[in-house]
Ligand binder design. Structure first.
Ligand code: PMP
Length: 394
């Protein structure tokens, strides 16, 4: 069978990444991987999960194992609605859709909004899997620089002139750079959205993982119910990614269309997982867990920053995240980090080359490092190995 001619033209837009292939090697047990975006597994709430599962099976087992509503389990939607309601805005159950991770939320948003040729503003660099999810729709990505202070909002004017269908932003501890958009930038972005009658997708998987500095209001909150912000969240980084539970908070009219798209995708997110998760958060699991996660990740970030300080060349620089799970290193302009990765893997350490995260040119000399998935001593050792690879290449 000749398959090539049978695939849809959008399938051609789905890129296989050579880097992803290389990173399969990170599964080797002697490898130190700063590549994945993995939370610390030793902090997963196994005991609470066991108790919650027992409780759900005993009290609501039949409902929890049955098909459910596409919108999600009502109790969990209500819990999220209450959590996102502020003095100014009442979020209702009808504004909440439970999704199979934040990734599905992003995919569904792409499905209901994007036509071929539509312009979409993204930070450069930005979250890789957002580019993969939306590229097949034939969109034109309009990259805006994202630096140590997050999205460069002052550069947006000429891009708005191209009438983008959506703006995509990760305002807190961005993946890949770990950077955050300040309050002034957030207010300016909202002003621009109003002036240009535009909409932003606020993707916030890491916002709760702030271990330094002041919490900043979500774009969703600053929008004060005007409906210019589609807020996407997840329990992947605060509880466990294996549950595959995320959400969208949006105006009811948008949720209705997302529900139609979700029906075609997977009918609904696992009812069982939603019930178990609800049981855990209802009991206050997040309030207990978040301080532990923040403390552990801060320690790991500090270990990585001091190892970089000690081992990395003077002409290298890196971001200093106040939360989240990643930082980004800039090496001198002549270093190609895709080449560096090959050497690094020989020295049994892995990272993701920065170019992968760029919708436009740039980032060839940058690398993303994850610090949440390794204890401090391993981080120290991994950065030393990486330094050896850098020395060999330069
Ligand atoms: N958005 C961003 C910015 C992410 O970093 C991730 C996870 N790596 C996701 C969305 C997807 O998360 P989930 O596990 O909830 O699908």
């Amino acid at each position: 069978m000749k398959w090539k001619s049978r695939f849809a033209s959008r399938t051609k837009q789905m890129r296989r990444s050579t880097i992803r292939e290389l990173l399969k090697l990170t599964a080797r047990p002697d490898m130190i991987s700063f590549a994945g975006g993995l939370p610390a597994p030793e902090l997963f709430p196994l005991e609470q999960m066991r108790r919650a599962t027992e409780c759900v099976l005993t009290q609501r087992g039949h409902a929890a194992l049955q098909y459910g509503e596409t919108e999600g389990v009502a109790e969990l939607r209500d819990w999220l609605a209450a959590r996102f309601s502020t003095k100014g805005i009442a979020v209702e159950r009808a504004n909440v859709l439970i999704t199979t991770g934040a990734q599905q939320a992003l995919d569904l948003i792409g499905r209901i909004f994007l036509d071929e040729g539509d312009a979409v503003i993204v930070e450069n660099p930005t979250y890789l899997a957002l580019l993969s999810a939306w590229r097949p729709w034939g969109v034109r990505f309009l990259p805006v620089i994202s630096d140590a202070s997050g999205m460069c909002v002052n550069e947006l004017d000429p891009l708005f002139a191209q009438r983008p269908k959506l703006v995509y932003s990760v305002p807190n501890f961005q993946n890949p750079q770990g950077t955050t958009l300040g309050l002034e930038g957030r207010l300016r972005l909202l002003k621009l959205l109003r002036e240009n009658d535009a909409v932003v997708v606020e993707d916030d998987p890491y916002g709760e993982l702030r271990y330094e500095g002041e919490f900043l209001p979500h774009l969703f909150e600053l929008d004060r119910g005007e409906g210019r912000v589609l807020h996407v969240g997840t329990f992947s980084k605060t509880i466990a990614p294996g549950l595959r539970l995320g959400w969208v908070i949006a105006p009811e009219e948008v949720i209705e269309k997302l529900v139609l798209a979700k029906q075609g995708a997977d009918l609904h997110t696992s009812t069982f997982c939603q019930h178990v998760l609800y049981e855990m958060v209802r009991e206050g699991l997040l309030e207990k867990r978040l301080p532990l996660l923040r403390e552990a990740y801060q320690e790991r970030r500090d270990a990585m920053l001091s190892a970089l300080e000690e081992w990395f060349p003077r002409d290298a620089s890196w971001t200093r995240p106040e939360g989240g799970m990643f930082l980004m290193v800039n090496l001198p302009a002549n270093v190609d980090t895709a080449e560096l990765l090959k050497l690094a893997l020989q020295h049994k350490v892995a990272f993701v080359p920065g170019e992968e995260f760029h919708a436009a040119e740039g980032g060839r000399n940058t690398l993303r490092l994850n610090f949440s998935n390794s204890p401090p001593a391993v981080i120290e050792q991994g950065i030393q190995r990486l330094k050896t690879a850098v020395d060999e290449l330069t």
